[in-house]
Design a protein around this ligand. Structure first.
Ligand SMILES: *[C@@H]1O[C@H](CO)[C@@H](O)[C@H](O)[C@H]1NC(C)=O
Ligand SMILES: *[C@@H]1O[C@H](CO)[C@@H](O)[C@H](O)[C@H]1NC(C)=O
Length: 779
C-alpha cells in the first residue's frame, strides 16, 4: 500500500515540477526575470524541463511530509543522516533537515533525469511523420500529448538539446537496397547489373566491418555524421568558397523601405544586434516542426556571430570568439572598424546610420593592395593559406586581419544600385542575385560567417559561408532582421533612422595595411581565379506570382513533392533525359543533425514524366503523378528520420579511408555527379510577416551557385498561398545549360501539372455527365 502512496506522491511532484506553478512560487522563480546571465541560462537549460524554482517546492513538500511523521524516502533520509560527515556539531533536528534537503535534491535531479529520458524516448518515435495529412492516428495524438507534457514550458533556445535522440545508423543492407532502388532508372541494364554485383559484394564483406566501426563511433559521438560532414565536405574543400559553397539571401522583393544607404545599414545592423542579444540570452524560441511542436536541434545557432573560417594548407578551421563588439566594414576598397557599443550600450539605429555615413563620406583612397585584398578569400584555399602565413602573421597586417576575422560579422557598402527595378526589372533581379553571390570577387569577405551587403539605393542582402551551419539557420536570422527593420524599427518620413546621435561617438577607424608587391601579385592571382569563376555563373531569379501553395493544396498533393516532380518534368524537357537529383532535407530532429539527401529522381517520377510526355490519358497520368508524389514524400520522411542513403554511405566511405581499404562500390557512389541540385528554403517565422495587409513585403528567399559544371542548381521558396520564387544557376561554359530556358521550362511544367491535377476543370465527357446529373436533380 505504502509503495503506491510514495509512487503517486512522486508522480505528483513530477507534475508540479513540470507545470511549475504552485501558488506563490513565482516570487522565487527567476525564470521570468528579464535579463539572464549566461550562468543563469546554463542553470535553466541544465535542469530543463523542470524550473529551478521547483527544487524549492520539492524540498518543502518533503519537509512537510516529514512533519506529518511519514517518511516519503522509505528510510533513505535516515541513511543519509548516518553518513553525514558533520554529525557532532549539529543538533539532531538540524541533521534531519540537512539530510532531507539532500534527499530532496537527489530526488529532484532523478526526477529531471527521468523526465529527460522519457522525452528522449518519446522523441525517438517518428511514426507521426508517416501519417497521411489530416488523418492523425490515436497513437500519435497520445504521443503528442505526452511530448507536450514532458516538454515543459517556456523553453530557452538550448533547453531541448539534452533530450534530442541520437541519429541512428541504418543497417548496411537497408542502405544498399535503397541505393539500388534509387539508381535503377538512371542506369542501363548492364550498368545496373554491374552495380548490383559490386553492392552485394560490399554488403557481404567490407561493409560489415566498416559498419562496426561506425556503430562504435555512434556510441560516443552525439552525431555520427556531422563532424565528418563539416570537416570533409566543407573545411577540407580546397577550391574557392565563392559560388561553390557560399550562398546568399535577398531583401524584400518589391519594396525598399528607405532609399538611403546609411539609414538602411543603421536599421539592418541594429536588427542583427538585437538578434544576437536574443541569441545570447537564449530568448529565441527553439525551432519546431509545425503543428506537432516537435523540437529541432539548435546546435548550429552557436556560431552565427563572432565566427570566421581560417584557411589552412590541408584543412581550414572554424574559429568562434566569445566576444566581439564591432563590425568590419568595406567601402570603396577601404576597411573600417565600426564599434557597435558606446558607453556600455548598443548603438541606436540612428547612431549606426551616422557612423556609416561617416565612412561613406570619407574621401581617403585605399593603400596599395588594400582594395582587392578580399579576393584572397574568393580564390583557392591553399594560396590564401600560404599568403596569410607569409604576409599577415605579424605587424600591422596581422592586427588588421585579426580585426576583420574577430568582427561580429562583415559589412559591405556597395557603390552600385541593385534590386528588381528600372527598365529591365527581370534582368536587374538576376544581376542582383549575382552581386550577392559573388559581387566583384573582392568586396565580400567570403570567410566570415556572413557578410551583410548594403547597396547605394538602400537595398540589402547577405552572403553566408556554409561550413558553420545550413541555410535555415541564416534564413531565420534574416527573416527577423528584415521584419524588425521594417515593422519594428521603421524610418522617419525623410527615410532616416529614428533616434538621436550621442555627440561623443568616436568615428569609425580605418584599418592600416602594408601590403608588399609580392602579396599584391598573389591577390591578383586569386582575383583572376575568382573572376573566371564568377563570370561563368549564369543566374536567373524567377518569381512566379498567382501560383503557389494554395493552388497546389487544392490538388491534395504536398507542395514540395509537386515542385520536385515539376523539376523532373522540366529537366526532362530541357535535356531529354533524367539525372541524379539532390534535394536537401534536414536531420535536425536528431541531436546536432544537419542535412540528408533526398534522391528525388525516382523510378516513379520517371514513369510519370514518360507517361505524360508520351501522351498517356489524363487519368493514367494523374494516377502516376500521385504515386510519384507519395514516393517522394516517403523518401523525404525517411531522410528526415535517419533512413536516408547518402550520409550513411559517406560515413562508410570515410571509415574505409581511415582503414586504408578500397571499396569500388563506395568509390563509384561517392563520385556520382548531381546534375540537378535543389533545395527548398522554408519560411520559418510566418508570424513576423503579414501577407494580407502588407502583401508587398514578401521576401525573395535566397540561392546558391551551380554544383556540377554541366548541371543546374535550383533553390525555391514558397511564400504565402500565391507565390513561389525560384533561384536557378548554371554555367555559361556548358553549352547545354541555360538558366533562363530552364526557368521557363520549370514555370511551364508547374502550370502543366496544375492543369493536369486541377479539380476545377473536369474533362468534357465528365462535364456532360454532371450536366445530366444536375438536370435530373432539377427535375
Ligand atoms: C480513436 O479514438 C476515438 C475516440 O477518441 C475512437 O472513436 C476511434 O475509434 C479510435 N480510433 C482507433 C483507430 O482506435
Ligand atoms: C559575440 O560577441 C558578443 C559581444 O562581445 C558577446 O556578447 C556574445 O556573447 C558573443 N556571441 C557568442 C555566441 O559567443
Amino acid at each position: 500500500m505504502f509503495i503506491f502512496n510514495v509512487y503517486f506522491y512522486f508522480i505528483f511532484l513530477m507534475s508540479v515540477i513540470l507545470t511549475d506553478s504552485p501558488a506563490g512560487f513565482h516570487s522565487v522563480s527567476f525564470v521570468y526575470s528579464v535579463h539572464l546571465s549566461p550562468v543563469q541560462n546554463n542553470v535553466i537549460t541544465g535542469v530543463y524541463p523542470a524550473s529551478p524554482s521547483s527544487w524549492l517546492f520539492v524540498v518543502i513538500a518533503i519537509l512537510a511530509t516529514m512533519y506529518t511523521r511519514s517518511d516519503p524516502s522509505m528510510g533513505l533520509i535516515a541513511k543519509i543522516q548516518e553518513h553525514l560527515p558533520v554529525s557532532d556539531s549539529l543538533s539532531v533536528q538540524c541533521r534531519t533537515v540537512v539530510s532531507a534537503v539532500l534527499f530532496s535534491t537527489l530526488l529532484w535531479f532523478s526526477l529531471i533525469f527521468t523526465m529527460r529520458l522519457c522525452l528522449k524516448q518519446l522523441l525517438s518515435y517518428h511514426g507521426w511523420m508517416f501519417e497521411q495529412h489530416g488523418k492523425v492516428s490515436n497513437t500519435t495524438k497520445i504521443w503528442a500529448a505526452m511530448v507536450r507534457i514532458f516538454s515543459g514550458r517556456q523553453p530557452l533556445l538550448y533547453s531541448y538539446q539534452g533530450s534530442l535522440p541520437n541519429l541512428p545508423v541504418p543497417a548496411v543492407k537497408d542502405t544498399v537496397k535503397r541505393y539500388l532502388e534509387s539508381a535503377r532508372l538512371l542506369m542501363s541494364d548492364a550498368e545496373y547489373e554491374r552495380m548490383t554485383t559490386l553492392a552485394k559484394e560490399f554488403e557481404s564483406s567490407l561493409g560489415n566491418r566498416l559498419q562496426w566501426y561506425l556503430k562504435l563511433k555512434a556510441m560516443w559521438a552525439s552525431n555520427y555524421v556531422s563532424d565528418w560532414w563539416e570537416e570533409y565536405v566543407y573545411l577540407r574543400g580546397r577550391g574557392p568558397l565563392m559560388v561553390n559553397s557560399n550562398y546568399y539571401g535577398m531583401d524584400f522583393l518589391y519594396v525598399t523601405p528607405t532609399p538611403i544607404q546609411a539609414a538602411r545599414a543603421g536599421n539592418t545592423l541594429h536588427a542583427c544586434l538585437l538578434y544576437r542579444r536574443k541569441l545570447n540570452r537564449e530568448e529565441i524560441k527553439p525551432s519546431r516542426v509545425p503543428v506537432l511542436n516537435v523540437p529541432l536541434c539548435a546546435a548550429q545557432c552557436e556560431r552565427i556571430f563572432n565566427t570566421t573560417r581560417i584557411p589552412g594548407e590541408e584543412t581550414d578551421s572554424l574559429i568562434h570568439w566569445q566576444d566581439s563588439e564591432y563590425v568590419a566594414v568595406f567601402h570603396r576598397g577601404r576597411y573600417f572598424r565600426l564599434w557597435l557599443y558606446h558607453a556600455g550600450r548598443m548603438l541606436s539605429p540612428r547612431e549606426i546610420e551616422h557612423q556609416i555615413q561617416h565612412i561613406l563620406d570619407d574621401p581617403s583612397p585605399p593603400v596599395p593592395g588594400e582594395a582587392k585584398l578580399a579576393a584572397l578569400t574568393a580564390g583557392d584555399r591553399i594560396p590564401w593559406a600560404q599568403a596569410r602565413k607569409e604576409f599577415f602573421s605579424s605587424g600591422v597586417n596581422k592586427r588588421s586581419l585579426d580585426c576583420i576575422e574577430k568582427a561580429a560579422f562583415f559589412v559591405a557598402l556597395d557603390d552600385d544600385e541593385q534590386g528588381m527595378m528600372g527598365d529591365d526589372p527581370a534582368g536587374n533581379l538576376d544581376r542582383y542575385a549575382k552581386s550577392l553571390l559573388h559581387g566583384k570577387c573582392y568586396d565580400r569577405w567570403f570567410d566570415k560567417s556572413f557578410t551583410v551587403v548594403l547597396y547605394k539605393n538602400g537595398k540589402n542582402g547577405l552572403n553566408a559561408e556554409h561550413s558553420w551551419a545550413d541555410a535555415p539557420i541564416m534564413a531565420h536570422v534574416w527573416e527577423y532582421v528584415m521584419t524588425t527593420d521594417c515593422f519594428q524599427l521603421g524610418y522617419t518620413e525623410e527615410g532616416h533612422c529614428k533616434g538621436d546621435v550621442a555627440s561623443s561617438l568616436p568615428p569609425p577607424t580605418r584599418l592600416t595595411w602594408d601590403i608588399p608587391a609580392e602579396c599584391q601579385e598573389r591577390i591578383e592571382r586569386s582575383l583572376a581565379v575568382a573572376q573566371t569563376l564568377a563570370d561563368d555563373v549564369d543566374f536567373h531569379v524567377l518569381p512566379i506570382q498567382d501560383f503557389g501553395k494554395g493552388a497546389i493544396k487544392k490538388c491534395k498533393i504536398s507542395p514540395d513533392a509537386f515542385i520536385q516532380i515539376a523539376l523532373q518534368l522540366a529537366y526532362y524537357r530541357n535535356r531529354g533525359s533524367f539525372t541524379l537529383t539532390y534535394e536537401a532535407s534536414m536531420t535536425r530532429l536528431f541531436r546536432e543533425g544537419r542535412t540528408e539527401t533526398v534522391r528525388s529522381c525516382t523510378s516513379e517520377s520517371c514513369t510519370f514524366v514518360r507517361a505524360l510526355e508520351g501522351g498517356e490519358s489524363k487519368e493514367v497520368c494523374r494516377h502516376l503523378f500521385r504515386t510519384a508524389a507519395e514516393k517522394h514524400q516517403h523518401l523525404y520522411r525517411m531522410a528526415m528520420t535517419g533512413g536516408g542513403i547518402d550520409r550513411h554511405l559517406f560515413c562508410l566511405y570515410i571509415v574505409s579511408k581511415y582503414l586504408g581499404e578500397e571499396s569500388p562500390f563506395l568509390k563509384e557512389v561517392l563520385s556520382e555527379t548531381w546534375r540537378l541540385s535543389t533545395s527548398q528554403t522554408p519560411l520559418q517565422q510566418v508570424e513576423l510577416f503579414d501577407f494580407v495587409n502588407h502583401p508587398d513585403y514578401t521576401t525573395c528567399g535566397g540561392g546558391f551557385g551551380p554544383v556540377a559544371d554541366d548541371g543546374y542548381g535550383v533553390s525555391y521558396i514558397i511564400i504565402g498561398e500565391n507565390m513561389i520564387n525560384l533561384h536557378i544557376s548554371c554555367k555559361h561554359s556548358c553549352p547545354q545549360t541555360d538558366s533562363h530556358k530552364f526557368g521557363a521550362d520549370i514555370k511551364k511544367a508547374l502550370m502543366d501539372l496544375l492543369e493536369l491535377m486541377s479539380p476545377e476543370k473536369p474533362d468534357p465527357s465528365r462535364a456532360e455527365q454532371n450536366h445530366l446529373k444536375n438536370s435530373k436533380k432539377d427535375l
